[in-house]
Design a protein around this ligand. Structure first.
Ligand code: NAD
Length: 309
């Protein structure tokens, strides 16, 4: 009997995929409708400016899909490309120009940056009103205080996904593996806030956590964001858990035309049968990250009009 734990009947947990393709499409449709409305009202078209430094293959792919997604929802986008050798000051100058450009609503600097450039300096230079990646200390501070702001795109995408599938979060134990400023730390804060999705009891695990397996086995919700392919195994997950796999790692694979396969942080084949819900990789959180970036860019544009009103 599905989903019921009856004596003498084998427990069968029906797993549902958290489909990033489906949910991101639905988010994009909403963004497109709102963009069409802005245009109809004679207001400006949301404009995202993306900065790409060097020729990192993964970064090229990510930026290309962000620009393509802008086109899909009717946004304007600008792609500024710079050589790997650009100095920090030259990059700062380029960002300041975008900060002062009235037409640009959102600025995105694709990370990682070359060694000669301090990422923290660059993130801090982006004007908080245009910080659609949500990495600026002003955005993070507001997020921690529960004030309206740009939420970092990947954690925001995870929230949109949980919301879409109406996954119960209040009172649940969420375990976040990873404490980075862009994923682990913010999602742990967001899942603990007093709203939906939220109200979880959150445990943050990291590279120095000694009893990770025991902690994961207590989790109702696991967010794996550590960047180690197939790290989370079936014996670390309790029956019926919700598993969100943030990991994206390129692993050499001669059978693929590209020469690599994309792997998540979860051993999907082993873990999925135990879960109530799980995100696939690819086709899960990655697509939601882009959808959330579009939501933030739309908000940046709309906020301008709210400020004027
Ligand atoms: P990061 O490298 O900045 O941080 C990794 C974190 O994992 C650290 O906090 C570290 O303490 C923890 N960690 C490392 N080894 C561990 C271990 N053995 N046990 C427990 N914790 C451990 O990572 P990040 O930038 O947050 O990225 C994590 C993964 O998510 C990467 O694969 C990255 O490519 C991916 N990512 C995906 C998206 C997306 O849109 N899907 C967005 C951002 C990052």
């Amino acid at each position: 009997m599905q989903g019921e734990n009856q004596p003498g009947v084998a427990y069968f947990c029906p797993m549902q995929l958290l489909d990033g393709k489906l949910v991101s499409r639905s988010v994009k449709e909403k963004v497109k409708d709102k963009t069409d409305l802005l245009k109809k009202e004679g207001k400006k078209t949301p404009h995202l400016a993306a900065i790409l430094v060097g020729n990192n293959g993964a970064s090229e792919t990510y930026v290309a899909s962000k620009v393509k997604s802008c086109e899909e929802v009717g946004f304007k986008s600008s792609l500024l490309r710079f050589e790997e050798t650009i100095s920090e000051q030259e990059l700062i100058n380029a960002i300041e120009k975008l900060n002062n450009d009235e037409d640009v609503d959102g600025i995105l600097v694709q990370l990682p940056l070359p060694k000669q450039i301090n990422e923290e300096t660059i993130i801090n230079i982006i004007h908080p009103d245009k910080d659609v990646d949500g990495f600026h200390p002003v955005s993070i501070g507001k997020m921690v205080q529960g004030l309206p702001t740009f939420i970092p795109a990947t954690p925001y995408g995870i929230l949109l996904m949980l919301e879409h599938y109406k996954i119960e979060t209040a009172g649940k134990h969420a375990v976040v593996i990873g404490r980075s400023n862009i994923v682990g730390r913010p999602i742990s804060i967001l899942l603990s806030r007093n709203s939906y999705p939220g109200n979880c009891t959150v445990t943050v695990c990291h590279s120095k956590t000694s009893n990770l397996k025991e902690i994961c086995l207590q989790a109702d919700i696991i967010v794996a964001a550590l960047g180690i392919p197939e790290f989370l195994k079936a014996d670390m997950v309790k029956e019926n858990a919700v598993v969100v796999d943030v990991g994206i790692t390129r692993v050499a694979d001669a059978s693929k035309k590209s020469g690599f396969a994309i792997k998540g942080d979860v051993d999907f084949a082993g873990v999925a049968p135990k879960c109530s819900y799980i995100t696939p990789v690819p086709g899960g959180v990655g697509l939601m990250t882009i959808a959330a970036l579009l939501m933030n860019t739309l908000m940046a544009c709309e906020t301008k009009y709210k400020k004027q009103a």
